[in-house]
Design a protein around this ligand. Structure first.
Ligand SMILES: *[C@@H]1O[C@H](CO)[C@@H](O)[C@H](O)[C@H]1NC(C)=O
Ligand SMILES: *[C@@H]1O[C@H](CO)[C@@H](O)[C@H](O)[C@H]1NC(C)=O
Ligand SMILES: *[C@@H]1O[C@H](CO)[C@@H](O)[C@H](O)[C@H]1NC(C)=O
Ligand SMILES: *[C@@H]1O[C@H](CO)[C@@H](O)[C@H](O)[C@H]1NC(C)=O
Ligand SMILES: *[C@@H]1O[C@H](CO)[C@@H](O)[C@H](O)[C@H]1NC(C)=O
Ligand SMILES: *[C@@H]1O[C@H](CO)[C@@H](O)[C@H](O)[C@H]1NC(C)=O
Length: 677
């Protein structure tokens, strides 16, 4: 177990330190000494024969009885067991007794006194032994041997008990509680076996209890029998002794001393629990004799001691410990005591496998669907010229999901044949944008891309700024700056007509012309509008015109069934283009001429008067005259006749059926600007 393993280095260090401090200590060579007597194991510090034992631990193998006895005692003390591990000895000690011949006459006695050897290594174990007194009017006690008290009571410890019998039948087998027998715990530190009896009147009990007895005995080894009231006076009782190295030193002192007894590596010192001195023990995980060099050896927990060191898994011995783990693929909350179980029973495996499988299939389907949608979006992106547009810095390519929140019916501000226009706010933007979502198909992807790129580079105050586009849809969505006052078409022809004075109209005309002129001639690649009409001239809050939908109207193919749109555009369309299919900058000029006409007459292009004017049949003079006649009465009074003549001149020139005779936009813009002054 890990915790045990962690301890190991520390223990080794401690052991090494201990070794270093006793290099001079003699190492006992006990190989020539008898290691047992009468089957009883004798191990160092015990020993039989000179040089085989530590002082105070001599054992004699009695040549008469054949039994081992403690050496140096006042009476033979037979030994049953000498335990190195628990620092205990089990010996047989005589019973003390006194026998009566009459009521108060003791005819013989023994106090059972045994003095152990002068080295004083033994103490009578207070934990394992008890004092038993047997008799029918008896008080007996024991005392510590060494005189330590003063005055009348010489000793440190006294203990004893009283036993009485009312009659011969009083005492019963198995009960030692004051009737014929009593017992008492003993204090620690008792060094010998010495009893005192009080002398009480035996009258009436002599027949069934002629003697008193007192003895120390192993608690587990003696049960009172009524017959013991007449016990043999030579009886010996088993008694546990605690032994220790009684050098008058604690462990701490002993470790520094030359005489330190814990010789073995992997051994430790424990202060004696009964009397002075210390005992040695093998460290945890080791066993053997700590009192001899290398006496403590690793315990093979796995093979030899499976009861003390359980393991229900795979056991592996390590120095001073062992590891117990479950084999791979199994587990146990406590491998020491609970058998290892497979991690997954078969049923669980099947269930887990099935669920896992279904889950994976679901995920794959999901991924496939997402992938399909993604591929579709990618395809649109490519088809719409995304790869080209992406390379341009200024134009922003929006993701579909960025625009989706704006494309709601509640945000719709315009709708028609071309598609739908939404007003909304992009994320993190303060200024609104207009999003144009065309209904109809884009002609050629690369052409679209090119136009978008060119437009995005244009920055002119009279041209609606294209911010970006979204290409992940079948028809590209365009994002423009939002122009607040709506289109010129709306301003001119709305039901609640606002007054529009001549100056404002001239200003709108001049600036619109500037925007167109700029696109026609002031940029490297000219861009034609293709669909100049009042609906495509937007006005901002200061009525500054901004031309919208540059080029894009032309890029978006007009399908035949969108007749409404086409009719709407007819009036503005250059007849030359209709005839030849050749669209030039002069086609834009023609359309602008129609816009000018609408602007000063405030009549719709489909108005019969206007329509008549645009007809082919009229000559220049008549047309000019017609224009002046149609001027909106709201402004006709304010301007000088010269202004209207000049305006009519410009209009008629723009509308000239001969393309070459039309002025270019720069010229128109300049002349309008002049009129404004
Ligand atoms: C101990 O003494 C015996 C002879 O009595 C000898 O053979 C043996 O090698 C000695 N062992 C040690 C470890 O000194
Ligand atoms: C027993 O040993 C002692 C000395 O240890 C000796 O005096 C005695 O004669 C021996 N007795 C027998 C029967 O061998
Ligand atoms: C020595 O250790 C063992 C095992 O840990 C224990 O059973 C024994 O009582 C210890 N001996 C002493 C004298 O404490
Ligand atoms: C005590 O002994 C006397 C005489 O034998 C007897 O009469 C009496 O009942 C005994 N008492 C008890 C409690 O046994
Ligand atoms: C002992 O006690 C009995 C009565 O129980 C009495 O007769 C006798 O005198 C006593 N003997 C002594 C020596 O006190
Ligand atoms: C043991 O130590 C005490 C004091 O600590 C001392 O009085 C006594 O003489 C010592 N006994 C032995 C045998 O060293």
């Amino acid at each position: 177990m890990p915790t045990r393993l962690i301890l190991l280095p520390f223990l080794l260090l401690a052991a090494a330190a201990a070794m270093a401090s006793r290099v001079t200590a003699e190492s006992k060579n006990t190989s020539g000494c008898p290691d047992s007597c009468s089957g009883i194991s004798i191990q160092y510090p015990f020993g039989i024969g000179t040089g085989c034992f530590r002082n105070g631990f001599e054992i004699v193998c009695d040549n008469v009885t054949g039994m081992p006895v403690l050496a140096g005692t006042t009476r033979p003390v037979p030994v049953n067991l000498l335990s190195i591990k628990t620092a205990e000895a089990r010996v047989m000690l005589p019973v003390a007794w006194q026998c009566f011949s009459s009521a108060k006459t003791v005819y013989d006695s023994s106090d059972g006194d045994v003095h152990f050897n002068s080295d004083d290594v033994y103490r009578i174990s207070n934990t394992h032994n008890q004092l038993v007194v047997i008799g029918c009017n008896t008080l007996a006690y024991t005392q510590s041997q060494r005189s330590e008290g003063n005055g009348y009571y010489l000793y440190a410890y006294y203990t004893g008990c009283m036993s009485f019998c009312n009659n011969s039948r009083s005492a019963t087998d198995g009960a030692c509680a004051g009737v014929g027998c009593c017992h008492v715990e003993i204090p620690p530190g008792l060094t010998n076996n010495n009893m005192e009896f009080e002398l009480y009147n035996r009258s009436g009990v002599l027949a069934f209890s002629p003697c008193d007895y007192a003895f120390l005995v192993d608690k587990d080894s003696y049960t009172f029998r009524k017959a013991d009231l007449k016990m043999d006076t030579n009886t010996k009782m088993p008694v546990w002794l605690d032994w220790a190295i009684r050098d008058n030193l604690t462990c701490e002192q002993a470790k520094k001393a030359e005489s330190y007894a814990c010789m073995s590596t992997n051994s430790e010192c424990l202060d004696s629990s009964n009397g002075p001195g210390y005992v040695c023990n093998c460290s945890k995980g080791y066993q053997g004799n700590p009192y001899i060099a290398d006496g403590c050896t690793d315990i093979n927990e796995c093979d030899e001691h499976s009861k003390e060191y359980p393991c229900r898994g795979v056991c592996e011995n390590t120095p001073g410990s062992y590891e117990c783990m479950c084999p791979r693929g199994t587990h146990s909350a406590d491998p020491l005591n609970i058998p290892c179980n497979p991690n997954f029973p078969l049923a669980a495996k099947i269930v887990t496998g099935t669920i896992g499988g279904l889950f994976i299939v679901a995920i794959m389907v999901f991924i496939f669907l997402i992938g399909k949608e993604k591929r579709k979006m990618k395809e649109f992106f490519r088809k719409n010229g995304g790869p080209i547009i992406e390379k341009v810095n200024k134009i922003k390519v929006f993701k579909k999901e960025e625009l989706e929140p704006i494309l709601k019916t509640s945000n719709r501000i315009g709708q028609g044949g071309f598609g739908e226009v939404y007003k909304g706010y992009l994320r993190d933007e303060i200024r609104p944008v207009a999003i144009k979502k065309p209904k109809i198909d884009v002609k050629v992807a690369n052409q679209f891309a090119n136009e978008v790129i060119i437009q995005s580079r244009v920055l002119h105050k009279n041209i609606v700024n294209l911010i970006g586009c979204c290409l992940e849809v079948d028809v590209p969505i365009l994002v423009y700056e939002y122009v607040s006052n709506g289109s010129l078409d709306k301003i001119l022809h709305d039901n609640n007509r606002l007054p529009l004075d001549l100056d404002l109209r001239l200003q709108i005309a001049a600036q619109s012309a500037k925007g167109l002129a700029y696109m026609h001639s002031e940029i490297t690649t000219p861009i034609l509008h293709g669909d100049v009409k009042p609906a495509n001239i937007l006005l901002d809050e200061d009525f500054v015109p901004k031309i919208s939908d540059f080029g894009t109207s032309r890029m978006i193919a007009i399908e035949e069934n969108y007749t409404g749109t086409i009719i709407g555009n007819w009036g503005y369309m250059d007849p030359e283009y209709v005839q030849t299919g050749l669209y030039t900058s002069k086609s834009d000029v023609y359309s602008f001429g129609v816009v000018l006409l609408e602007l000063i007459t405030r009549k719709k292009v489909l108005d019969p008067d206007i329509n008549n004017l645009l007809g082919n049949s009229l000559d220049t003079y008549t047309k000019k005259k017609g224009v002046i006649e149609l001027v909106d009465p709201e402004i006709s009074a304010k301007g000088t006749i010269g202004i209207f003549h000049s305006l009519a001149d410009i209009i008629v020139q723009c509308l000239n059926l001969d393309v070459d005779l039309r002025p270019d936009m720069a010229d128109v813009a300049e002349r309008l600007q002049f009129l404004l002054k």
